[in-house]
Ligand binder design. Structure first.
Ligand code: GLC
Length: 529
């Protein structure tokens, strides 16, 4: 892995919600172009752009109908090239979203595939005969219902692990793999620096399993992409891989094997949910939160490189889940220190740097997300409408998908038109307000990132967990005899500064204005010794 890859601070942009330049209520590429100075000012050095390809938007762009184009609502290919060039001139790399487990059902390949059983594109997708007049097996789709859809015209079912408008590609077909490698080369040749790889551990299916992910040819297919496209370009690839163990992650990312550069780990994001159900809230086990982070720091040893994440377009705001609304500044900055004090690629989702909380949706019709709408319908019989709305407000993906609050103007300066999704915002928590405020989450992120990116111990040092009682956490990062101690209070009550921090250590960043011998609610400090 190259050093620039290890030092990546990746800012995720959800194009639909970032900045609208033409007043149609939908964010666009020219809007992003206008915010490059802001991105630069944050101290990030890479952008991950969620899908901006043509799409019927059944799943907000994760249903792609043309892998080589730009969605007209986002702009043109020339706009995209201008953005890429401007980012590069600003020292910022660009990662695209690689969504190749499935296409849209409106992709030309699928339109052909469904025409007849002997169409040349038939085997681009996964078709099966009915079994006793029913679905070939009991697999459920990610957004509810069966994962099989019957197609009248040819009398077979096709597989879709997500919505029925997202048919799964048949990776066992060498032509499909060839097409994907060509498409990857098309973007890399244009200058793109890498990809975030959507549900990539599902591309090879295990037809004997209860859930088809991590099939028998996964490693082989990833290696093939590496050899034909990713490797020669030195691309940075980050796999979206739910449910992996550290050992499996190491297999997918070891340098000799040549597959992906790194993978996300999301295990800590399952906490605070009853049985992992994203709509059912329970208390977060803070001790476990830290233990999971530590497990991955230790588990990837010196061979792997972690990816540090707490928010994205599929997750509600971290502050609403793990923070404390009575201490928004303190808990947002504590969470940032706790997470990004660790070794790994730091990933920040748009608006996280402002300490945003979930917006409040007042009615079902305010939601746009297919997962939320389907879940609501499926649960309608079991809950009263008020409880349901509360559950959606807690878990919906739309919580992070509303417009970015730039200023206190109409629609927070996101659009001059009518936003594609309605949202309220806190005028104190906009980019403009936080730039003016004496103390803000935004200012803390800038200060902390500047410190981190210029500190070889924070970037490269080893990890050791020294204390974790669920309220106070201390860990050490060290390199060549130089150490940093990260000490945080993950609680609304104060406690004495833990003795794991050496007496002679010097505090180099703190989210309170003075340094005392007590850790106050959600206080976070980094010491040098
Ligand atoms: C990934 C994406 C999510 C999408 C799904 C299907 O999990 O992050 O937004 O709905 O894949 O493409």
């Amino acid at each position: 892995m190259q050093n620039w890859q290890k030092e990546t601070v990746l800012y995720q942009i959800y194009p639909k919600s970032f900045c609208d330049s033409d007043g149609d209520g939908i964010g666009d590429i020219r809007g992003i172009i206008s915010k490059v100075p802001y991105l630069k000012s944050l101290g990030i050095n890479a952008v991950w752009l969620s899908p901006c390809y043509p799409s019927p938007n059944d799943d907000n762009g994760y249903d792609i109908s043309d892998y080589r184009g730009i969605a007209p609502e986002y702009g043109t290919l020339d706009d995209f090239k201008e953005l890429l060039d401007l980012l590069h001139r600003s020292g910022i790399r660009l990662l695209l979203d690689l969504v190749v487990n499935h296409t849209s059902d409106e992709h030309e390949w699928f339109r052909e595939s469904r025409k007849s059983r002997d169409n040349p594109y038939r085997d681009y997708y996964i078709w099966r005969d009915p079994v006793d007049g029913h679905e070939p097996n009991g697999w459920r789709a990610g957004f509810g219902g069966s994962a099989w859809e019957f197609d009248e015209q040819t009398g077979q079912y096709y597989l879709h692990l997500y919505s029925r408008k997202q048919p799964d590609l048949n990776w066992d077909n060498p032509k499909v793999r060839e097409e994907i490698a060509d498409m990857i080369n098309y973007w890399l040749d244009m200058g793109v620096d890498g990809f975030r790889c959507d549900v990539i551990n599902s591309i090879s299916k295990d037809f004997t399993a209860e859930w088809p992910g991590m099939g028998p040819h996964l490693h082989e297919y990833l290696h093939e992409l590496h050899v034909k496209a990713l490797g020669p370009h030195g691309a940075l690839t980050i796999g979206e891989t739910w449910g992996l163990t550290p050992a499996q992650a190491l297999l997918m990312t070891s340098e000799e094997r040549g597959e992906l550069t790194t993978t996300f780990q999301f295990e800590h994001l399952l906490l605070g949910r009853v049985g992992g159900d994203k709509f059912k809230k329970c208390d977060v086990d803070r001790k476990e939160f830290m233990d999971i982070l530590a497990k991955w720091q230790y588990g990837l040893k010196d061979e792997g490189w972690p990816v540090l994440v707490m928010e994205n377009h599929d997750q509600p705001r971290a502050l609403s889940r793990f923070g404390d609304a009575r201490f928004p500044y303190e808990s947002a900055t504590m969470l940032a220190t706790l997470l990004y004090g660790l070794r790994g690629i730091a990933v920040i989702f748009e608006g996280q740097e402002l300490g945003l909380e979930n917006p409040v949706f007042k009615k079902l019709s305010d939601y746009r997300d297919i997962e939320t709408l389907n879940a609501y319908r499926e649960m309608e019989k079991d809950y009263d409408p008020e409880t349901l709305l509360e559950m959606m407000n807690f878990g919906s993906r739309d919580n992070s998908r509303v417009g970015m609050p730039w200023n206190g103007g109409k629609h927070a300066g996101f659009t001059s038109g009518t936003p594609w999704i309605d949202f309220g915002f806190d005028p104190e928590r906009t980019v403009e307000a936080e730039e003016k405020a004496e103390r803000s989450v935004l200012k803390f992120y800038r200060e902390f990132l500047a410190l981190r990116q210029n500190d070889n111990v924070l970037l490269y040092g080893g990890f050791e967990l020294l204390k974790n009682d669920g309220d106070t956490m201390v860990y050490r990062r060290s390199k060549d005899g130089d150490s940093r101690y990260i000490a945080v209070r993950f609680s609304d009550a104060p406690a004495p500064l833990p003795q794991e921090v050496p007496l002679n250590a010097e505090c180099i960043i703190c989210n309170y204005s003075d340094v005392t011998d007590t850790l106050r609610p959600f206080e976070a400090r980094i010491y040098k010794a």
